[in-house]
Design a protein around this ligand. Sequence first.
Ligand code: PPE
Length: 320
Amino acid sequence: MAVKKVEKIWMNGKFVSWDEAKIHVLSHVIHYGSSFFEGIRCYKTKNGSAIFRLDEHVKRFIFSAKVFRADLHYTNDEICDAIIETIKVNDLEACYIRPIAYRAYDDLNVNPLNNPVELTIAAYEWGSYLGKGAVEGGIDVCVSSWRRSAPDTTPTMTKIGGAYMNSQLIKMEALVNGYSEGIALDVNGHVGEGSGENIFLVQDNTVYTPGVYNAVLAGITRKSVIQLAKDLGYEVIETNIMREMLYLADEVFFTGTAAEITPIRSIDKLLVGKVTPGKVTKELQLAFFDIVKEGNDKHGWLRYIDGDKKILSLENIKAR
Ligand code: PPE
C-alpha cells in the first residue's frame, strides 16, 4: 500500500509540491542513516481535528537530534506550528504526521558535523498499521531471533533512522514466517518491544511493561496507556520481563502511534489468554478512543488544529 499522496510537504520553512520534495542521492542520511524523526497522529474528534500529544512528540524529536549533536534550527513551538500548517494546507482531517530531520548534502564521510541538518514535515492518511481488523481482533506474532541494541551501542531512547535497520530485520523475519509482527528481546534476553511498538502484558489484573532500560523507545502511547491504566485503578509495573511471561500472560498488547492499542492473539503459536482483546486491553482501548475519537480529553493531550478558531467562537458565544 503506497503512501497516499497529498498536495504539499513542508521543507526547510516552505511548502513544496509532494513530487518535488526530494534530496540529493549523496546526502549523508542515505549513506549513514543519519535522520531523526517522529510519527504523530491527528485524529478527527467530535470537536474537530486534534493532534495527540504534539508537544511531547516534538520534545522527543529535538532530544533525538541533540544526542547526535544536530541542531534542528527551529524551536519546539515553531515545529508545532509548521506541523499544524502542513495539516491545514493539505485539508487533512485525520492523518499521520512524519516530521524528519536529516544530515543533508555536502561532505561525504562518516563525520556528520559538516553536513547541514534539514527538516521536512509530511502529513498523509494512513490506515491500520498491523493489518485490517488488527486493533479490533488482534494479531499473531512471534519472538524474534533478532535482539534490540545493547546499551551504549545505538541509543534506543532516540527515534533515529538508522535504528530502523534493526526493526526491519525483526519485521521481515516475522512476515516471511507468517506472523504480523516480531517481539525483540533486549541484550540480556528480557522482553523489549516490537519493530515499531511497545509491549504490555496483563497478569492477574496487574499491568506489566518493560522499562526503558530494556532497550525500548520511551513511547508516548506507552506513557499514555500507563496513565490510563492507573486511572482505571490498575497497578502498572515497569520491570524486566522474562520471555515465558509472554506465554503465561492473560493478555498482551502492543502500543504505538501507528499501532494505537493492538491486542495480541497468539505468540509463537501459543494462544494468549481466553479472548482477544482481553478485559483490561478492551478497557484501555475504550479509554484511549474516548479521548481521541470522542474528544473527552481529561488529561489535556489533544491540540486542536483550529485552536484559534475555537477561542474566537467562545468569545462569540460570550458576546451573545
Ligand atoms: N517502539 C518503536 C521501535 C517504535 O518505532 C514506536 C513508534 C514505538 C515504540 C511507540 O512509540 P510511540 O509512537 O511514541 O507510542 N513507531 C512509529 C513508527 C512506525 C513506522 O513503521 O514508521 C509510530 O508508531 O508512529
